[in-house]
Design a protein around this ligand. Structure first.
Ligand code: MGD
Ligand code: MGD
Ligand code: SF4
Ligand code: MO
Length: 763
């Protein structure tokens, strides 16, 4: 049945982690097409803002390559369709065998959500607990765990840079004009530009679209941010621009940290980083003298040489200048769930961690509960008795998104068992034993835990707007069916709760507290327990929101102060919060933070910011050698930015290349002068090579590029079935060319922004 509707449905965009509120109109056969998209002006954070990508969301929802049935790999390597009962019982039984033979800790878990969906991952936590899984990784641990290590050790909690109110704002290695990644990015850039009292500083080798809005563009040499930011801090220190009374009151270790910057030769470091010393000093002075300063960094730091050190230096620019816990600076937030868990451990007298949990084979550090995906293939491909034997992947495409795809393919194939839950037959799915098809994010209840706003903390739970394809299941259902098969929870343990749920939510709350006290082992599998007990008593279709009720209870306990400020207190505060969330299709405020919380909630002694990170101060001293961490060479004379955000890239969310508008979305870009030097005409086909692989690309000129660099976009080169039924790929599958060993010294995150590479005209 084809129909056209004029009704607007509220939801959110899942193409980047900002998750703007949307209103969409549906149409097409059975109203399964997203026909019209506009910003939801009632959404408290995005307030009607959207970028160019959201309008083409239907390419996500209606992908011709959509996976519609569970698939099982045949001995010949092909796949066959199996029914759900077969798939679930075989997956459960194979996981059980691995657990019984080698132990549950030999099963790895990867993913748990991408840019728009975290609800399934919460249910995945119950399955992990039931199996005894100990080690996990996700997209976060190939970008944000360095940041987590630094913020945990310094302030002990997630915070929000108040970009909207900062007098001076700095973007370090972030191009929000293209990548958004910050609320209402383009509006913010315009607002700052128009206000003569405000200033924008951009630290980026490329003259980015964001840099067009900057008052100061620090066009650093690629990979040399460490020298640049160290010199900025050194200039402040050496010119006594720091608020010593504030440092004394709110921080520890400031004298020690300051001492490290006293002798840094500012001019020399500035020049080495490619910045005019006068301009660098101007930036340092503007920051130090600002009434308020906030900084937001992203992949240009977190995936570039010295990444964790640069994050630390960035933090010092605002923490040493007292730009914390007041308007327009950075303030601690109370998220619904801390999507990046805070993680700090005891340190020695030099401020170095005494110990840290590591991976059994590679010794990779575990930060915020995650090991860096860069170690995954290495962890698997060996004969160590404690190597992983099985892998569960959920809502992630690591064979496409982690460095060095060929190694990862080999690793997954060598396992005793692998299963992936996805909406498409991805590059990863094609290496796994079983593929379980999920409902899309517009066919089920969904949410992310990304929002980190201040002072109003915010959460948006989205109701399904499109009826799911009958042959797929939601992740909560998939996980729970596997759990049922594993029989880890006795049906009798659930009966009391099922019964209580019939008496209403308050009877359920009492029974829930009682049952958890009596059977503490249920705590670990709480999402499953809620789904199977509270779920059935909720209005039909809302079962998977049971876990939101559970998280609301935890939030009410952990964030009682912030919750009380929206008038919710006492025994029923959690349930009332859940009810508010359910009644708010544009999302709702879940708690109010105050600037004072930014200090009182610091978990460190005397609620003080700990400025010393011994390991990173040591690395700072190593900069004296003036040796870049990674060098180009005769064979690979260019530094390749292996994955940059463009107008129509969205990680692996959209597989149909037709979704992208404009001919250069997939191009390899180079500065015209640089191209001229190498006799490469615009539009040429070139062979792009690195030490680990090669690919063909077509060239587009971009006079914003830093000389000596080339760039290819992220999220390209995925396979896709075209109208003729042929498998095609468009653009460069960049992780065929990256090297997993090319990673941050502390955390292991990849250094994708500086990959030595070469290009030659294709014959
Ligand atoms: N259009 C689009 N938007 C997206 C996404 C997408 O796929 N497409 N993905 C989302 C996701 S998951 C993320 S994590 C964010 C990432 O968002 P961003 O980090 O903003 O995006 P990138 O383009 O990867 O990198 C940012 C900048 O790093 C710069 N850079 C390269 N090398 C260096 C260096 O050595 N030093 C410095 N200082 N900068 C350097 C590049 O020139 C680039 O401008 O984007 C989100 N938004
Ligand atoms: N070389 C290089 N590599 C990079 C980057 C780079 O810049 N350069 N960027 C990195 C960054 S910042 C990130 S965040 C990662 C992202 O990498 P991934 O974590 O792999 O995330 P996505 O690529 O978006 O993949 C999400 C997967 O979820 C599936 N999916 C979508 N909706 C649903 C759903 O509702 N349920 C389920 N079960 N599945 C669903 C999609 O089909 C897709 O396969 O890539 C990283 N990889
Ligand atoms: S900024 Fe991100 S979430 Fe908002 S519309 Fe654009 S891609 Fe979607
Ligand atoms: Mo990301």
């Amino acid at each position: 049945m084809t129909s056209q509707t004029t009704e607007w449905h509220k939801t959110a965009c899942n193409l980047c982690f900002v998750n703007c509120g949307l209103k969409v109109q549906l149409g097409g056969a059975n109203n399964k097409e997203i026909i019209k998209v506009k910003g939801d002006d009632e959404h408290p954070v995005s307030e009607g803002y959207i970028c160019n990508k959201a309008a083409r969301l239907n390419y996500y929802q209606n992908n011709p390559d959509r996976l519609l049935h569970p698939m099982r790999r045949k001995p010949d390597g092909g796949y066959e369709q199996v029914d759900w009962n077969t798939a679930i019982s075989e997956v459960a039984s194979k996981l059980k065998t691995v657990k019984e033979t080698h132990g549950g800790e030999r099963i790895l878990y990867y993913g748990g959500g991408s840019q728009g969906n975290h609800l399934g991952g919460v249910y995945g936590a119950s399955l992990r607990k039931a199996l005894g899984v100990r080690y996990k990784a996700s997209a976060l641990s190939q970008e944000k765990t360095g940041l987590a290590w630094v913020f945990s050790r310094m302030v002990g909690g997630m915070f929000h840079p108040e970009a909207d109110h900062a007098e001076v704002l700095m973007f370090a290695g972030k191009n929000p004009f293209m990548s958004n990644g910050i609320d209402k990015a383009r509006l913010l850039l315009k607002k700052i530009k128009k206000d003569p009292k405000r200033k924008l500083i951009v630290l980026d080798p490329r003259r980015t679209e964001t840099a067009d809005y900057a008052d100061i563009h620090l066009a650093v040499k690629p990979g040399r941010d460490a020298w640049c930011v160290a010199a900025i801090v050194a200039h402040m220190v050496q010119n006594k621009l720091l608020p010593m009374d504030w440092l004394k009151e709110h921080t520890t270790g400031y004298e020690k940290v300051i001492a490290h910057f006293k002798d840094i030769p500012v001019d020399e470091y500035a020049e080495f980083s490619g910045i005019e010393p006068a301009l660098l000093k101007e930036a340092a002075t503007v920051i130090a003298e600002a009434k308020s300063f906030a900084l937001e960094e992203d992949l240009g730091v977190q995936m570039a040489p010295h990444s964790t050190l640069v994050t630390y230096l960035n933090f010092l620019t605002f923490l040493l200048t007292g730009n914390y816990g007041k308007k327009g600076t950075s303030a601690m937030v109370a998220q619904f769930i801390d999507v990046i868990a805070t993680d700090y451990l005891p340190v020695d007298e030099d401020g170095k961690e005494l110990s840290r949990r590591t991976m059994p084979v590679t010794g990779a550090p575990i930060v915020s509960g995650l090991f860096a995906g860069n170690f995954m293939a290495e962890e698997i491909l060996n004969d160590h008795p404690e190597r992983p034997r099985a892998l569960i992947i959920e809502s992630s495409n690591p064979v496409h998104s982690l460095a060095q795809a060929p190694k990862l393919r080999e690793a997954i194939r060598s396992l005793e068992f692998s299963v992936v839950i996805d909406i498409a037959m991805t590059e990863t799915a094609m290496e796994c034993d079983y593929v379980l098809p999920a409902a899309t994010q517009y066919e089920k209840w969904e949410a992310t835990f990304f929002p980190r706003n201040f002072p109003n903390n915010f959460f948006h739970l989205r109701a399904p707007i499109i009826s799911p394809v009958a042959s797929v299941l939601t992740e909560p259902e998939i996980h729970s069916r596997i759990m049922d098969e594993l029989e880890v929870v006795k049906p009798s343990d659930l009966n009391l709760l099922k019964f209580a749920a019939k008496g209403g939510i308050f009877a359920y709350t009492l029974a829930f507290l009682l049952q958890l006290a009596r059977k503490p082992k249920l705590v670990g599998v709480i999402a499953y327990v809620l789904y199977r007990t509270l779920g059935p008593s909720l209005p039909k279709g809302q079962e998977s929101t049971a876990v939101i009720w559970g998280i609301s209870q935890i939030y009410a306990k952990k964030r009682a102060k912030q919750l009380a400020r929206i008038g919710l207190k006492g025994f029923s505060a959690g349930t009332k919060l859940y009810q508010r969330i359910m009644a708010a299709p544009s999302g709702t405020v879940i708690g109010i933070s105050k600037y004072e919380d930014s200090f009182t909630d610091i978990p460190h002694p005397e609620n003080k910011i700990q400025l010393v990170i011994g390991e990173l101060l040591e690395e700072l001293s190593e900069l004296k050698s003036m040796q870049p961490l990674i060098k180009t060479n005769q064979d690979f004379p260019f530094s390749l930015v292996a994955g940059s955000r463009r107008a129509y890239t969205a990680n692996c969310a959209i597989r149909d290349p037709a979704w992208a508008k404009g001919k250069n979305v997939t191009a390899l870009t180079i500065h015209p002068e640089e191209a001229d030097k190498h006799n490469i005409p615009e539009g040429a086909q070139v062979i792009l090579s690195t030490e680990t692989g090669q690919a063909t690309a077509h060239v587009a000129f971009d006079d914003r590029m830093h000389l000596g660099t080339i760039s290819v976009p992220n999220g390209q080169g995925m396979h896709f079935t075209n109208e003729q039924g042929e498998q095609v790929t468009t653009g460069v599958y960049i992780n065929e060319l990256t090297n997993a060993k090319h990673r941050d010294k502390f955390i292991g995150t990849p250094l994708h922004k500086f990959v030595p590479a070469n290009i030659k005209l294709a014959m």
